[in-house]
Design a binder for this molecule. Sequence first.
Ligand code: NDP
Length: 241
Amino acid sequence: MSRVALVTGGTRGIGAAISMALRNAGYRVAATYAGNDEKARAFHEVTGISVHKWDVSDYEACGKGIAAIKDELGPIEILVNNAGITRDAMFHKMTPQQWHEVVNTNLTGLFNMTHHVWQSMRDRSFGRVVNISSINGQKGQMGQANYSAAKAGDLGFTKALAQEGAAKNITVNAICPGYIGTEMVLAVPEKVLNERIIPQIPVGRLGDPEEIARIVVFLVGDDAGFITGSTISANGGQFVV
Ligand code: NDP
């Protein structure tokens, strides 16, 4: 039987591309989302991938949702922590709510999800966790103190957990995308995109969600077991670490 993969925020944007790439690579895939039922239903109708709604910032909900997917497909051996949000504001105007929403989803969400699959990965002596961080967690971004902090936290989480999982054949890696052409980025006015954003990217274009998805497929493969604790940047040459 093929392995079971769970992709948070897997119904649209980068997550949808990841869900489909994993499905096309032969995995049994479940995708989660937060509240956009219409998008999730359309995604399910087109792909046949099972979709599940819960908030990754809610620890109990993660436990219940993961148990339901285990009943449906089997134990989760591959977890892609992709769900993320932005609540941008300059720091002097940032509200505690904007801070907590972003940290709770983009950082604590990784704890909530991974904690519920970790023991089962240890028991099976196999696991793959891929965390979708961001270039802005590497370099910081004005107006995104909350998001940059959370995404940088994802990288620390990745490196610490990689050390804990190594002896049990569980790898934990992070991907830091730059500007990717999802709804979030394409909502930026065309003039801003063409005159301010794309000129910052040496390859001269936005990334495609599929370009992130292909990295995930590579990292979760059985033969990628020597890669763990790594951060893979995919940003068109915009920022080099
Ligand atoms: P989108 O906004 O297109 O999609 C986000 C997905 O996450 C949706 O499925 C959404 O569900 C889900 N989601 C959001 N909050 C929660 C939550 N609390 N619980 C469960 N699911 C949730 O995002 P992108 O595809 O653009 O981004 C995907 C990831 O990549 C994010 O972590 C983002 O930070 C990161 N990233 C994106 C970049 C880009 O240029 N697009 C660049 C660098 C990093 P619903 O549909 O119900 O809202």
